[in-house]
Design a protein around this ligand. Sequence first.
Ligand code: ZN
Length: 294
Amino acid sequence: MPSTLPNNRAVKMLNAAAEGKYGVLGVVSYNMETIIASIRAAEAKKAPLQILLFPWAYKYSPLLVDFAAHASRKAKVPVTVHMDHAQDPEVIKAVSQIKAEDGTPAFDSIMVDMSHYEKEENLAKTKELVALCRERGIATEAEPGRIEGGEDGVKDTAELEGMMTTAEEVDDFVATGIDFLAPAFGNVHGDYYGVENIHLDYDRLASIQKKAQEGKVQIVLHGTNEFPPEIMAKCIERGVTRVNVNKLVLSDYNAYVAEHTGKVPLTELLERGTELIQKQCEEWMDHLGCSGKA
Ligand SMILES: [Zn+2]
């Protein structure tokens, strides 16, 4: 099934990453500092970039969505805006209608995450919402199986048993019309509490990727907190195209803010915080091999 969204910016970006065998940094963004820092990093490294917002951002203020959409279009390199883990059909219906100033959808892609439903309902809801997004020119992503855990702004699935993605599920989800697939192969949302606790099923990842490719669907990676560059490289070798990062690029910023809030002027806190995020983003762009690929 060929992609019916050949002009979608996120689809083009991840197709190029698959072709070139590198990863695109997908930065979980809660505030303007993160958006500004990640775009500065992308411009400095001449790297493509995806800004990731959770539905939380839209509920907190649609202005944050407008800001991300505007910033991505002003960037000197390709930058897209993705809504990650959209778990409420009503939110998907609402945010898929938000337009940027140029009249195109503010979100280039949306993760239709119905993984909190049992499989049949999950597939039915996914199919319906994917069709709605496609109609509006927006690419979609789904998570077959269940990636355990939760992170800031995302519903915790800890009460549900984590399940590895199977070959059958890949076929089922590709058939819904998605463009990107986030497999569960031992990765978890949130923390691993030590690199020694990261146990990934690389063979499963490789076979999932092969199957997804038959449907022209690209693989994206969730749950990377604490991943060292070597593990990331192994995932990219097996066809991962976008790498979601949260703590990997926010940890220095979080530590700095925790230590310096109220002790330095707010302007200095914002500026220094932005620099720290940019530095970690640039390091990861080098590790993922996307530097120079814009
Ligand atoms: Zn995720």
